[in-house]
Design a protein around this ligand. Structure first.
Ligand code: NAD
Length: 492
C-alpha cells in the first residue's frame, strides 16, 4: 500500500515529494504485482523510502506504451525543432530545480553534494547540447548516374531499451535518454536497483517539457528481472547499457536472439601517466580527481598511476600528503570531497581488494581502512611497489584505490599502459607537446586526457576501446547509436 508519492526531508533542510511508482505512459503507476523494494542511504545505512518494483508484466506495459507512442508519429515524425524544444525545456526544468535534484543524488548515491551539483549541471548542459542535434540529423544525396536519384536519410530505430548503473544515476540517464529522444525514438529505461530516485523525480517534468505520453518510460527494478525482460523483448530494437563488463557481455548474449543493436559503456582500469617534466601541483590535483572523485566509483577512474623515475619519489610523497588531506565523510557537508561508497557490496569489494593487494606484496602508502561503522566510508588508498601482474593492477576495483609504479621510457610506458583488456581512458601529464601527442597516438583508449582528468564535455564523445565498450556517448557520435540509414533509389 505504498503511496505513489512520499515526502522526504533531506539532511540539508530541503523537503520534497518523491515519486515511488513506475513511470509508464506519462503517469506514475503501481507495479502490476504491487511489489516494492527498499532504497537505502549509503551514508547512514538507513531506509530512505520504498519504491515500486517492476517485473516482466510492467516491462510489457511500458514497451506497449513506447511502441504506441513511436507509431503515433507524435514524436518520431514531428519537425525535429519541436523535439529540440522539448528536450531543451526538460533541461531548463531540471536546471531550475538543481539544488533539490543534486541533493536527491547525494542522498541516494552517497556522493559529495559538490560533486552531485557538478553531475546535475552536466545533465543540464548535455541535454541542452543534444537538443541542438535534433534538427541536424541529415542524410546524403549520392551521385549514381543521371537515370537515378539516390538519397539517404537517418531514421529513428523505434523503441529502445536503456539500462543504467548507480554511480552517476542521473548523468547516465541523461547520456542515454538525450540522444535517443533527439533522434525520435521512444524509450523504456531501467534504473539501477540501489539508485532509482533521481530519474523518477525528474520524470515529473517530462509532460511539462512537452514530451508526449509513452515516449519516455521508467521501470525501476532488478537486473535479472527487469533487465532481462528488456533485453529479451521482441519489440525493443536496441539496448544501450552502462555497467560492468561481465553484465555487458551477458546483455549482448541475451540481445542476440532478437538481434538487437547493442551499445555498451563498460569498465576500465585506466592508466594515468606522469612524465618528469609535468607540473607537479596540478598533476597531484588531477590524480586526486582521477581516484577520489565520486568515491572512485567511476568507470574511467585513473587507477593505475605510472610515474617517470626522475619525479617518482617527490610525487609519491606529495600525493600521500594530498590524499591524506582529502575530506571523506558526510556527503552533505560542503567541503566533503569523497562521500560514501554506494552499497555494502561495493565497500566489501573494495576492502577485499585492499587485502588482496597486501597479500600480493604491495605496500600501503596510505589508507586502506573503513572509516566509522555507519555508512560505507573508506580511506582513499595508495599502493606502491606493485607488479604489473598483480590483481590490484589488472582488475577494476571501482573504489578510491590507486596503484603506483615507476617507468623510464616512452616505449616502456606505452607497453605497460596498453597491457590491459580495458581501454576506456588514459591520462598524460607533461609539458612537452610532442610527448603528449606521441603518447596519445599510441595509447589504446577511447578518451585521452592531457594535463587534466575525469574532465567531461557534452560535445566530446566518450566510450571504450577493447573490453571497455561499443559505441560512443555524447558529441555528434551519440546520435549514430540511435539512428539507422535508409537509402532511397529512384529510377527517373
Ligand atoms: P552491473 O553491471 O551488474 O549493473 C548495472 C546495471 O545493469 C544495473 O541497472 C543492473 O540492474 C543491470 N543488470 C544487472 N544484471 C543484468 C542482466 N543480466 N540483464 C540486464 N541488466 C542487468 O553492476 P553492479 O553489479 O551493480 O556492479 C558490479 C561492478 O560493476 C562494480 O563493482 C563495478 O566494478 C562495475 N560497474 C561499472 C560501471 C561503469 O560505469 N563502468 C558502473 C557500475 C558498476
Amino acid at each position: 500500500n505504498l503511496p505513489l508519492s512520499v515526502k522526504i526531508d533531506l539532511p540539508n533542510g530541503i523537503s520534497y515529494e518523491q515519486p515511488t511508482g513506475l513511470f509508464i505512459n506519462g503517469e506514475f503507476v503501481k507495479s502490476r504485482q504491487n511489489k516494492t523494494f527498499e532504497v537505502l542511504s549509503p551514508s547512514t545505512e538507513e531506509e530512505i523510502t520504498h519504491v515500486y518494483e517492476g517485473r516482466e508484466d510492467d516491462v510489457n506495459l511500458a514497451v506497449d506504451a513506447a511502441h504506441k507512442a513511436f507509431y503515433s508519429g507524435k514524436w518520431s515524425t514531428i519537425h525535429p525543432n519541436q523535439r529540440a524544444k522539448a528536450i531543451y525545456k526538460l533541461a531548463e526544468l531540471i536546471e531550475n530545480d538543481l539544488e533539490t535534484v543534486a541533493s536527491i543524488e547525494s542522498l541516494d548515491n552517497g556522493k559529495a553534494i559538490a560533486s552531485a551539483r557538478g553531475d546535475v549541471s552536466l545533465v543540464v548542459s548535455y541535454l541542452k547540447s543534444v537538443a541542438g542535434y535534433a534538427d541536424k540529423i541529415d542524410g546524403r544525396v549520392i551521385d549514381t548516374g543521371n537515370n537515378y536519384f539516390t538519397y539517404t536519410k537517418r531514421e529513428p530505430l523505434g523503441v529502445v531499451g536503456q539500462i543504467i548503473p548507480w554511480n552517476f544515476p542521473l548523468l547516465m540517464w541523461a547520456w542515454k535518454v538525450g540522444p535517443a529522444l533527439a533522434a525520435g525514438n521512444t524509450i523504456v529505461l531501467k534504473t539501477a536497483e540501489s539508485t532509482p530516485l533521481s530519474a523518477l523525480y525528474v520524470s515529473k517534468y517530462v509532460k511539462e517539457a512537452g514530451i508526449p505520453d509513452g515516449v519516455l518510460n521508467i521501470v525501476s527494478g532488478f537486473g535479472k528481472i527487469v533487465g532481462n525482460a528488456i533485453t529479451g523483448h521482441p519489440k525493443i530494437k536496441k539496448i544501450a547499457f552502462t555497467g560492468s563488463t561481465a553484465t555487458g557481455k551477458a546483455i549482448m548474449k541475451s540481445s542476440a536472439d532478437t538481434l538487437k543493436k547493442v551499445t555498451l559503456e563498460l569498465g576500465g582500469k585506466s592508466p594515468n601517466i606522469v612524465f618528469n617534466d609535468a607540473d607537479l601541483k596540478s598533476t597531484i590535483q588531477n590524480i586526486l580527481i582521477g581516484i577520489s572523485y565520486n568515491s572512485g566509483e567511476v568507470c574511467c577512474a585513473g587507477t593505475r598511476l605510472y610515474v617517470q623515475e626522475g619525479i617518482y619519489d617527490e610525487l609519491l610523497a606529495e600525493l600521500k600528503t594530498a590524499i591524506e588531506a582529502v575530506k571523506v565523510g558526510n556527503p552533505f557537508e560542503e567541503d566533503t570531497f569523497q562521500g560514501a561508497q554506494t552499497s555494502q557490496n561495493q565497500l566489501d569489494k573494495i576492502l577485499s581488494y585492499v587485502k588482496i593487494g597486501k597479500d600480493e606484496g604491495a605496500r600501503v602508502v596510505t589508507g586502506g581502512k573503513r572509516l566509522g561503522d555507519k555508512g560505507y566510508f573508506i580511506q582513499p588508498t595508495v599502493f606502491a611497489d606493485v607488479e604489473e601482474t598483480f590483481r590490484i593492477v589488472k582488475e577494476e576495483i571501482f573504489g578510491p584505490v590507486i596503484t603506483v609504479s615507476k617507468f623510464s621510457t616512452v616505449d616502456e610506458i606505452v607497453q605497460k599502459a596498453n597491457d590491459s583488456d580495458y581501454g576506456l581512458a588514459a591520462g598524460i601529464h607533461t609539458t612537452n607537446l610532442n610527448t603528449a601527442i606521441e603518447v596519445s597516438n599510441r595509447l589504446e583508449a577511447g578518451t585521452i586526457w592531457v594535463n587534466t582528468y575525469n574532465d567531461f564535455d557534452p560535445q566530446t564523445p566518450f566510450g571504450g576501446f577493447k573490453h571497455s565498450g561499443i559505441g560512443r556517448e555524447m558529441g555528434a557520435e551519440a546520435l549514430d547509436n540511435y539512428t539507422q540509414v535508409k537509402a532511397v533509389r529512384i529510377k527517373t
